[in-house]
Design a protein around this ligand. Structure first.
Ligand SMILES: Cc1ncc(COP(=O)(O)O)c(C=O)c1O
Length: 369
């Protein structure tokens, strides 16, 4: 038995003909940057995400960075984010010159704990970035209330939660500007690097379009110093095909998660994911926790089951951020999560019998612990 952590084959086989058609449509258009395929995908994604505008970007990191730039964030500013996020949230912030300020996650949901945000707000705080980690949306009513009370911007990091909702409102539709990634393994994934910002604000949308295109919206006229952070026509066309399948794939992820919940309940010291109040989960990842993680990973590997850790080292302990002056013990919840989380295979096409096999392997492991 061989069950990889991630396998694109079943989903990609299903859409092969449509993807070929999309490729040829771009190929034969002889227009590869900033054309009709990008415009079409941006309109479709904005509709899907219930926002007025979607602005295609080169990747999720650049989308986060330009969201911060469009809000005027820079040196001397502080940006609040969870202490257990993926490094991109931190790097996008530090690239602007601003300082990342970490808030511990809720130990049940692994999402930023709103009750701990206010104590980290200083006169320099400008933005809160809630990160919808693993496919689950943060407590957005509380985050938005705190932001409004203190006059702060909100940028949702929605790289992992396309389609998740809080009180019926979609991830990526709450913040002033939101950023997402279409990295291949994401719930909506391109065949290369890709990302987007979403917003309801026409001025922010325009600013994002200008920043991503050399500071220009008119050929050879450069209003500001900009970047080359555009989403290309080919990825946009391929993403349009995949976007039409996203709801069905999300349903599959939810079914897989429900089966895992059932078959893994009560095994060893395993802690299973919990869906927060008023939130829906799109299971970008199915993350369990155990004190025996390393041994469990080795055991599953030997049985042909791939697993990964999201993420083994929290940002405050990364070498790249040594200069922030943090040490082990400063964010104990993030550190404990980093030591105990392990992600099991979850992808469209994963079969019921695969999950039964994985659960049997996990049971066998814990019988001998
Ligand atoms: C939470 C989060 N934020 C940001 C990113 C950055 O996206 P990208 O890899 O497209 O730069 C990712 C994914 O890699 C992510 O998981």
């Amino acid at each position: 038995m061989k069950i990889p952590f991630l396998n694109f084959e079943p989903a990609h086989t299903l859409i092969r003909a449509e993807m070929e058609k999309a490729f040829l449509s771009v190929y034969d258009s002889h227009w590869y940057i900033m054309g009709k395929h990008l415009q079409k995908f941006e309109e479709e994604y904005a509709t899907f995400n219930q926002t007025k505008y979607a602005i295609g970007m080169s990747n999720g990191l650049d989308a986060l960075y330009l969201a911060l730039k469009a809000l005027g964030i820079g040196k001397g500013d502080e940006v609040i984010m969870p202490s257990n996020t993926f490094i991109a949230t931190v790097m996008a912030t530090s690239f602007t010159g601003a300082t990342p300020v970490f808030v511990e996650p809720d130990p049940q949901t692994y999402l930023i704990d709103p009750s701990k945000i206010e104590e980290k707000i200083s006169p320099n705080t400008k933005v809160i970035i809630p990160v919808h980690l693993y496919g689950q949306i943060c407590a957005m009513d509380q985050v938005m209330d705190i932001a409004r009370k203190h006059g702060l911007f909100v940028i949702e990091d929605n790289a992992q939660a396309h389609g998740a909702a809080y009180n019926g409102k979609l991830a990526g539709s709450f913040g002033d500007i939101n950023a997402t990634s279409f990295y291949p393994g994401k719930n909506l994934g391109a065949l290369g690097d890709a990302g987007a910002c979403t917003t309801d604000n026409p001025e922010f949308a325009e600013s994002l379009r200008v920043f991503r295109n050399y500071g220009s919206n008119e050929k050879y006229v450069h209003k500001v110093e900009g970047h080359n952070m555009r989403l290309d026509e080919l990825q946009a066309a391929l993403l349009s095909v995949k976007l039409a399948k996203l709801d069905a794939w999300t349903e599959q992820r939810r079914k897989i998660a429900a089966q895992y919940d059932q078959v893994l309940s009560g095994i060893g010291d395993l802690i299973l994911p919990k869906t927060a109040d008023k939130a829906t989960h799109v299971y970008h990842l199915y993350v369990v926790r155990t004190k025996h993680r390393a041994e469990l990973q080795d055991f599953l590997q030997a049985k042909g089951v791939g697993t990964l850790i999201h993420y083994p080292t929290p940002p405050h302990l990364q070498q790249a951020y040594q200069h922030l002056g943090y040490k082990k013990g400063d964010f104990p919840i993030a550190e404990d999560l980093a030591d105990t989380v392990v992600s099991l295979p979850i992808w469209p096409g994963l079969k019921e019998s695969d999950i039964t096999y994985i659960a049997a392997c996990i049971s066998e492991f814990f019988e001998n612990v």
